[in-house]
Ligand binder design. Structure first.
Ligand code: SF4
Ligand code: SF4
Length: 460
């Protein structure tokens, strides 16, 4: 296996302060089981899971409490034994509300206890491709790097499409976050096994392990774990440049292929990209029969007593994560779900983590830049920073004027919401929020048009 430097550099990108030193040397610690979990039915991209339990029910760890509800959807399993206190709408990490099961983990039904495994362990060498795919689906695995796309769908390309490159995303380019870094250091053997399983499912594609150059320990750990692997496997060392972890940009930086505009997908250029944590989760689901019930989340920032990388069950309230870090050093001026570039500011710590919660940041007033958004001075900096070749200034002005059509004409739907445009804007314009607003408005319009067309068909 070789380690090579990426010869490809995408257009745009920025260099934010990474601040990873706060948590990068903190080994993963397991959180004691919280007394209450807030288990969302919407932990993934696509249709939320359909809740199967009601208040008063006792559930067992690993039991399906939300069933997959469509092609782009995944099931939700109980992260612990407990009693359902309520099923109600709760705020999620991105600010929207979704149905959640509120689980009292202190209430146990008589006879409940530890189980050896939730699903029967599978021998990946003798299991068929279909059995392995089914396992990924029933384990409730979705991409853990951010978007939460259902993994079993990604690993099953449509007829006529073939995966030539399986790319492992170990870039973790978001400031402060070190969860993937620690998984590469501490769970390298699981990542290796996950790759073997995924290669079997995908028909033995070449493998590229993409890691930014500022993580030499992770490059070393992956090098050792994959040293004796057969086949076309390489570690590709990427330049440090945000958003290197974006799927499209990583494909270009790693294998030099360009994913066309939506609705084209990575598989259209022969690529499947998976986050390193997801790959380790696949190994656990197959070999140990362990569904995706917990994940590593980085809790960091200068307003938390001790930044940590914490292994916690899905549904852990932010307040419990912060308490495990020794609490707040001072009242945070800003709390962010995720990283500082693509994360969402939240107003409460009563939110439960999901399968995609990579980070929780508590920032003091010193770190939170206070500004008033001004008029665009046409400096062009956002155009140079945009890795999607968009005109962010034009889009933000269109949204200011409530002209969503103009934003759509300027290809706002191609925006990956990376935040690179807002990062360097000297007028402190909230360009990324404008893009999000326009995209939400366009999606709502398309959904309304579809519903109207469907109603017309049903009326006939
Ligand atoms: S317009 Fe979108 S894709 Fe371009 S820099 Fe801004 S957030 Fe990123
Ligand atoms: S960076 Fe800000 S001020 Fe400069 S062109 Fe873009 S929106 Fe205008």
């Amino acid at each position: 296996m070789k380690t090579v430097k990426s010869p490809f550099k995408f257009k745009g990108g920025v260099h934010p302060d990474y601040n990873k030193e706060l948590a990068r040397d903190k080994a993963i610690e397991k959180l004691p089981l919280p007394a209450e979990l807030v288990v969302s039915m919407s932990q993934h991209l696509g249709a939320p899971a359909k809740c199967l339990v009601k208040p008063g029910d006792f559930v067992r760890r690993g039991q399906v409490v939300g069933e997959k509800n469509g092609f782009i959807s995944v099931c939700v399993r109980a992260p612990a034994d407990g009693k359902v206190k309520a099923v109600e709408k709760r705020l999620g990490p991105a600010g929207g509300k979704a149905d959640a099961v509120i689980l009292d983990t202190t209430a146990k039904e008589e006879g409940n206890g530890e189980r050896a495994s939730i699903l029967p362990p599978l021998d990946w060498k003798t299991a068929t491709r279909e059995e392995l795919l089914k396992r990924v689906e029933e384990a409730g695995i979705c991409g853990m790097g951010g978007a939460g796309f259902p993994t079993s769908v990604k690993l099953n390309p449509p007829p006529g499409k073939r995966c030539e490159y399986l790319i492992l995303n170990g870039a973790e380019c978001e400031p402060y976050l070190t969860a993937d870094f620690r998984v590469m250091l501490e769970r390298a053997d699981r990542i290796r096994l996950g790759v073997e399983i995924m290669r079997k499912i995908l028909g033995q594609p070449a493998v590229r392990i993409a890691i930014e150059a500022n993580k030499p320990e992770a490059i070393d750990a992956m090098g050792k774990a994959f040293a004796d692997i057969d086949g076309n496997v390489e570690i590709v060392v990427l330049p440090v440049l945000y958003p290197q972890g974006s799927e499209k940009h990583q494909i270009f930086a790693t294998v030099g292929r360009v994913v066309p505009e939506p609705p084209a997908l990575p598989i259209d250029v022969g690529c499947v990209v998976e986050n390193v944590g997801t790959v380790a989760a696949i190994a656990d689901a197959v070999e140990l029969g362990e569904p995706l019930l917990e994940r590593v989340t980085t809790v960091s920032g200068d307003a938390v007593v001790e930044p940590k990388n914490i292994l916690a069950p899905s549904g852990t309230k932010y307040a419990d994560l912060v308490a495990f870090c020794g609490g707040e050093k001072e009242p945070p001026a800003k709390v962010i779900s995720g990283g500082t570039m693509m994360g969402f500011a939240v107003s409460t710590l009563e939110i439960g983590t999901t399968k995609t919660t990579s980070g929780l940041l508590l920032l003091s007033r010193k770190k939170v830049f206070q500004y008033a958004s001004g008029a665009c001075i046409n400096c062009g900096r956002c155009l140079r920073a945009c890795p999607m070749n968009l005109n962010p200034a034009l889009i933000s002005k269109a949204v200011d004027a409530n002209d969503i059509k103009a934003a759509e004409d300027a290809s706002v739907m191609d925006c990956i919401e990376c935040g690179a445009c807002s990062f360097g804007c000297p007028a402190y314009r909230t360009i990324t929020q404008s893009c999000r607003r326009a995209k939400n408005s366009i999606r709502a319009r398309i959904a309304a048009e579809k519903a109207k067309a469907q109603a017309a068909v049903e009326k006939k």
